[in-house]
Structure formats: C-alpha cells, structure tokens
Design a protein around this ligand. Structure first.
Ligand code: FAD
Length: 334
C-alpha cells in the first residue's frame, strides 16, 4: 500500500474500500459481482477485508481476501486481530495471506483480551499459548515483524475522537492513547487508518497533534481518514454510538429533517460525505491534506460510488495490457 501511494502522480487522490465477509454462499456470490463492478468502475487503490474478533470469520475472511486479491487482482489489506486468538491461528492467517499474494495487514487488537484479569469468575482458563502473548495490537505488530520481517506492509488503527462514556469499560481519548500509538507505530506500523468520524474539526486537530508530536514518529507517516457513507438513519445512529463518533449538530439537523424518508437520508448523506471529503482535501496546511480516503462500505455500492464520483476520487482507467500498442524494440526480432 505505501509503495502504491508513493508511486501515485503528485496531487492525485485515492480511495480504499472496506468489505466484510458475508455469512452465506449467496451473499458471497452477490458480493463478488458487486466487487467486480466496483473495482472496475471506482478503481480503489486497495480494498480491506475485515476479520471477526477472536478469529470468528477466519475462513470466510480469507475466502473474501482470495476473491479480492487473486480473482479480481485488487491490492488487498487483510485485517487481523490478535486477542482471544491462538498463536497458531495467527500463524495460519499470515501464511495463508502469503500464499494468496497479500502483502498488507491491518494489525488490530480486537475485543479486550479474556486473559486472567478480564476473565469472569467461573470461566475456564484460556488454553495455553496465547494468554499473555497478545494483549494489545502492538504485540501483533511486533510478532509480524519478528516472524515475517518487512514482507508485510502493516497498518494500525487510530481514533481521532475520545468519549466520555463512564459506563464504557475502556477510556478512549486521543491524548491517553498517544504513547501507545507511538509504541505501536515504532514497532513497525507503515500507515495509520482511522476510526470513522463525521467531525472534521476533531480529525484535523488529531492529525495536527500527531504531526507535531515531539517524538517525530508521525511526521511523514500516511494517515488515512476513515469515513462511513450514510446508508440509513438507524444505521448511522447505531454505528456512531458504537464507534463513539460525534455527529456535529449541523449534520444531525440536516439528517433529522429527512429521517423518515430513506431515499432523502441517502441523498443528504452523499452531500454530507462529499462535503467532508472536500473540506479535508482543502485543509489549510497542504502537508495535512489527506491523499486518500478510506470508506467503510458495509458491502454497499451506491452511496460510495456517488461520493467518489462527486469528489473526483476515481482515477482514470489505465489501458489493459491487451489494449497497449506495443511497438517492437529495434532488437526485438520476434
Ligand atoms: P490497541 O492499539 O491495542 O489499543 C486498544 C486500547 O488500549 C487503546 O485505548 C489504547 O490506548 C490502549 N492501550 C494500548 N496499549 C496499552 C498498554 N500497553 N497499556 C494500557 N493501555 C493500552 N475489530 C475487529 O474485530 N475486526 C476488524 O476487522 C476491525 N477493523 C478495524 C479497522 C479500523 C480502521 C479500526 C479503527 C478498528 C477496527 N476494529 C476491528 C476494532 C478494533 O479491534 C477495536 O477498536 C479494539 O477495541 C482496539 O483495537 P486496536 O487495534 O486499536 O487496539
């Protein structure tokens, strides 16, 4: 991914699209057709395939990753979580990724670990090999580096917004997270990908905090903002609650005004997301302007297609090898 970004023409922009593995074979077949259309029409720089916490979707995630990387030739970033997973499952996933030709991993923690201090009373102990080895995402980053050197380009997750939910078991606050993000990045992260957000100001402040951090770790690293197209009012309220993403009052009031009309919500949603992309693109400091935008698609096509089109995030198509006019070199006697 970082090589592809470095090779882009100056001042061009790119998109990446995230997909999760469907539960049924019918779902897979529908998604495959959709992916074919989206990859041809939208030309994302890369796609992401999610991983169910604890390895719950391991087989299906690898199946979807195979479709993306092998069958459709898309540069694929496989998500991998490390808590509540055995080391052998992590090893298998990384080996399988290699076999499929995947060179990019988003290294995540997943759900909080179920090791001793987190185990509820009466639960059986975890069996052996992973109890203390993988507690935080940094442990997975270090493990991948140790086992596979520089073979994989590694991304890690970041969170531009905090939350003040006292009932939540974990504190989330960009300043609290910072030392851990520094550690995770120093351990070998090549790029950062953010949690979804709608509050552009919060993202811009977060980005500034990272770039100006005295450690210098984030000075030049690729930070990819994560955006979720608005598919419905209910999904929006649910996902923002789960991810602690704030909905700025102006955005909320525009959506509240049309909330009973699904089509209108989608239309206004495309306007809102397009405005977010354009505002980010024109961040006053050029070095803070993101080159790329990551979209949590929820496996849906239309909203993201409209946003990419409107924001000029679809690169021109390159001719396929068969279409290239090959003039033989002087020494080519074939
Ligand atoms: P970490 O980097 O380990 O951080 C977790 C928390 O612990 C942070 O608050 C951090 O500050 C704190 N922390 C870190 N190290 C320490 C330490 N040494 N001591 C004390 N506190 C510490 N989940 C899935 O299950 N599957 C997916 O495919 C998936 N994809 C995602 C993609 C993106 C872009 C994002 C943003 C999240 C994704 N998640 C996914 C969710 C993620 O697994 C959860 O948010 C998880 O709770 C935290 O993961 P992390 O990798 O950020 O963890």
């Amino acid at each position: 991914i970082t090589d592809k970004i470095a090779a882009l023409p100056p001042s061009s922009h790119y998109s990446s699209l995230e997909f999760f593995p469907p539960k049924t074979s019918m779902g897979f077949s529908n998604l495959q057709q959709r992916l074919e259309r989206m990859s041809t029409a939208l030309r994302p720089l890369f796609v992401n395939v999610t991983w169910g916490a604890g390895g719950s979707t391991a087989t299906k995630s690898l199946e979807l990753a195979e479709i993306c990387q092998r069958q459709l030739g898309l540069t694929t970033c496989l998500h991998l979580t490390c808590t509540n997973m055995s080391r052998s499952l992590i090893d298998e996933a990384l080996e399988q990724a290699k076999v499929l030709g995947i060179r990019n991993i988003l290294a995540l923690r997943g759900d909080p670990p179920r090791s001793n201090e987190y185990r509820e009373e009466g639960m059986p102990p975890l069996d052996g090999d992973h109890e203390d080895e993988f507690v935080w995402a940094v442990d997975l980053v270090k493990y991948i580096k140790r086992q596979h050197g520089d073979y994989f380009c590694i991304g890690v997750a970041t969170y531009p917004e905090g939350h003040s939910d006292e009932s939540h078991p974990e504190k989330q606050d960009p300043a609290f997270d910072l030392p851990y993000l520094i550690e995770k990045t120093r351990a070998g992260a090549d790029f950062l990908m953010t949690q979804l957000f709608y509050d552009v100001k919060a993202y811009q402040e977060f980005e500034k905090m990272l770039r100006e951090d005295p450690s210098g770790v984030f000075k030049d690293i690729t930070i990819i903002p994560g955006l979720m197209p608005i598919q419905s009012y209910q999904i929006l309220r649910r996902t923002t609650k789960l991810s602690h993403a704030k909905l700025p009052p102006d955005i909320l009031s525009r959506l509240d005004a049309v909330k009973s009309d699904d089509e209108a919500v989608k239309r206004v949603g495309v306007d809102i997301l397009s405005e977010i992309v354009e505002t980010l693109k024109s961040t006053p400091s050029p070095s803070s302007q993101p080159r790329g935008f990551h979209f949590y698609t929820l496996n849906l096509e239309k909203a993201v297609a409209h946003i990419l089109e409107r924001c000029d995030l679809i690169p021109p198509s390159t001719p396929t090898p068969a279409a290239i006019d090959i003039t033989p070199d002087d020494d080519d006697d074939g």
